[in-house]
Write a protein that binds this ligand. Sequence first.
Ligand SMILES: Cc1cc2nc3c(=O)[nH]c(=O)nc-3n(C[C@H](O)[C@H](O)[C@H](O)COP(=O)(O)O)c2cc1C
Length: 194
Amino acid sequence: MSLDANASERAEAALRLLASRHSVGPKHLGEPAPSDEHLRQAFAAALRAPDHGKLIPFRFVVVRDDGLERLAELFVDYGRRCGKSEEELALERTRAKQAPVVIAVVARPNPMHEVPLHEQWMAVGGALTNVLNALHFMGFGAKMLSGRRAADAKIAAAFCGAGEQLVGWISAGTARVPPRARGTDNADAIASKF
Ligand SMILES: Cc1cc2nc3c(=O)[nH]c(=O)nc-3n(C[C@H](O)[C@H](O)[C@H](O)COP(=O)(O)O)c2cc1C
């Protein structure tokens, strides 16, 4: 099937946009934040990720306003348990509240299902990637971060139920910095013929 000229232009524009996605760290994100409607569209995109068995082994928890305050308390508590200084605890608070919206990514792989666990995890990766791409398409900056806090049992318990795992958080907002200059990606280096 060949594309007519308009469809071909649209495809090229979409691919250019996709290829221009890059992460924007939380400290460079500000208002306006993506609205609940923007996020609904991003989560709809997550549901278009390839997902063997349609198990939907993921869900998202939106953190904004008071939720950011609660996240900050969790990070400060984490810092205290790590023996951090008052100055470092203030940084923990700042870290949680840098971006105007944070989206916790929760995985819920089912080990009893015949679809192998690694495939379920790939669906989680596809889903969060679609969220990042959708946010970029809507003009927002975002970055996926995990780190030690996401692996902390007490922080994870605030987001997860039984059998669930906290992957980390997508920080989102409007980029306050110009797009990062990127090197040229070499697609040939990751492809070969069989
Ligand atoms: C599940 C997941 C967790 C991540 N956790 C971190 C992290 O904790 N710290 C970090 O610097 N990058 C982390 N990254 C990578 C960044 O989100 C980002 O992709 C990377 O810095 C490359 O930048 P780019 O997206 O602009 O290519 C993570 C990515 C994924 C998919």
